[in-house]
Design a binder for this molecule. Sequence first.
Ligand code: C2O
Length: 502
Amino acid sequence: AALKKYDFNIQVKNVSRLCNAKSIVTVNGMFPGPTVYIREGDQVLVNVSNHAQYNISIHWHGLKQFRNGWADGPAYITQCPIQTGRSYVYNFTVTGQRGTLWWHAHILWLRATVYGALVIMPKEGTPFPFPQPYQETNIILGEWWNQDVETIVNQANKLGLPPQTSDAHTINGKPGPLFQCSEKYTFAMEVQFGKTYLLRIINSALNDELFFAIAGHPMTVVEIDAVYVKPFITQAILIAPGQTTNVLVKADQSPNRYFHFHGCPAFHGCTTCCGQQDGHSYFTIQRHSKHSSPQLSPNYRFPMTPRINPCPTCQNGTQVVASLNNITFVMPKVGLLQAHYFNIAGIFRTDFPDNPPAPFNYTGAPLTANLGTTTGTRLSMLPFNTTVELVLQDTNLLSVESHPFHLHGFNFFVVGSGVGNFDPKKDPAKFNLVDPPERNTVGVPTGGWTAIRFRADNPGVWFMHCHLELHTMWGLKMAFVVENGKSAEESVLPPPQDLPPC
Ligand code: C2O
């Protein structure tokens, strides 16, 4: 194991996309930000210095941060943000995890431009449990707005409306060549005929579930959310914000440009969007020759991706809120982990209800049946090592979309999911307790439910939220307090000296 040090300078940078220049918040002037490339067992120090006008914090999405919530990053949950002109070192050791994860800003909507890949290689001398690829590439799917994202969000919030949807989807920060001014800047991956490549696909989009496919190239999925899976072949993957998927692809077609394709997003706010082909990027097959440039046919090849349900129409709402068990989570002004560690009273309550107010028919109820939400910073207490089962039920009141739920501090097992109302009498009998998928972010289907289980063996305060930024903003979030165990080895580590003040 090694000690790996990174400097993350948060700085503003002018970039131009879709014929339009604007300044964005970046890490080291890079968009997307630098890849953190480490090995299982490494200790990592990331010194984040903030030279931008926004307060910031960085989250290492999917890393368990055992006893070390201080390095987890969600603003006001595990730390106060790093203020302009200040710095903070995220100090963590990667134990028992390898694969593709990612990092992103975890405050406001800054993750629109502040994100990058977190690649954890297996320990030295440990091969992948699948055929060794010839090369690997990160494919980070994202969204791009022509205007300043924070300004858009603030204006929309004043009006009580959802902010306008993004202007393009991107691969590695670049829109596809069919957008204006984009041909030259499109992400292209040049490959050699006959070789197999590992693609580390990350969905960093703020609000869109996306399809990914490559024309004429089936993909073998080998890893999901940094957990190896039994390999399977697919033509297209559906990936939700927060999720990561590794696939192997063999470049066995004739030279051409083979588009990666972000299909119709599962939900695209209040616009009609379906059928729109955007965010293309391409995959270029080159016959191996050192001296000649690739001969490209002028015909692009587009993959087919499944279609998803039509877009919903705009709500003429007064105030849109989202809730869990009818509670709309209110962000505190002090980091919850500090409040917990130092026993600061009055910051949060520990009475998050175990169940929603009964009785409630989640899928057939009239809209009015669930409007009695309350607000609060109410957390759920878990004694150390409790086994937890959560049933995430979509209540489907305003929109038709699935919610990618992300839990910090743990991987969980997805033991079941279904459409309609969860039936506590019948559904548990169908749970997969033999080989359930292990993840950190899972989709709760539209009008349906997903059941997950985890062991609360990581003491601290851990955020759980929908990874659609719009919904997080509306309150679709809560946190768990996992109490210390009996020994020091089962307790939260002391906070670092440079933990940002509030
Ligand atoms: Cu990737 Cu709490 O987030």
